[in-house]
Design a protein. Sequence first.
Length: 320
Amino acid sequence: MSHPLRLAFAGTPDFAARHLAALIDSPHELVAVLTQPDRRAGRGKKATASPVKTLALDKGLPVLQPASLRDPAAIAEVAALELDAFIVVAYGLILPPDILALPKHGCLNVHGSLLPRWRGAAPIQRAIEAGDDESGITIMQMDAGLDTGPMLALGPCPVPPLATSGDLYERLAFTGPALLLEVLEDLPAALARARSQDEALATYAAKIDKAEAEITWDQAANMLARRIRAFNPAPGCFTYVDGQRLKVWNAQPEPATTNVAPGMIMDANASGIAVRCGEGALRLQTLQLPGSKAMAAEDILRGRSELFQPGTVLGQPPPP
């Protein structure tokens, strides 16, 4: 190591907290942790600290929670830290040019894709949805664009054929901290060999809209199967049966055996519930009815088979 660095860290969810934990255990000096303001969550709408804030407070680190980093007071707070580098992981707030210019070695971002593929808010989910067979981590130096800065290191990670976003998240949460520490081992050297992104290869990972989670049965079965895995564990894909919302956590595409309307159940047995799609069929294998836990289709059929008789059409919401 060239020498320990004076760092601040900005992040919010568990993915970021895993990287913060690695920095806490490193030789580097963490002088502040930034995270988003507490959000109200749960049935009681109680203000809840982010995983990053919880870990930082547990380790006795100073925590800053500005609503915006464009506020002159927030900029002054960061300037007073006299940073060598500012590490950003899934923070959720935009860093303006005034912040980007403050640290001696700039601001580094840990991004959950192999840039320039899947710039933006939901790289893990969009990689699964697109059927990518490879993902990874990119350590990049931040600039004023959206994930457009020069790349310091890439950590490729294969995507197993039936992986959910939760599965890929766990793989990348393991890859990212080690790659970040490797870059920080000699940051000036890593910056010197940084390379620009190829704009011609850039794709955009749009933020997940909850409306996307509703299954549209006239789409192709293989695409729907990928989306179900992409939205597992959140927000979770759903359809309707008998006016009730039915969450679908696992499903496999297969050839359609009968020519019926999209959304119609073709058969239901121990291997799952086969539903006709615009192209092919989808066999629903893990489902969740309201007020119940997720369970195998075989178990749901044992108690609620009347809901899933062949000829039943899924996707019809309750009347307003």
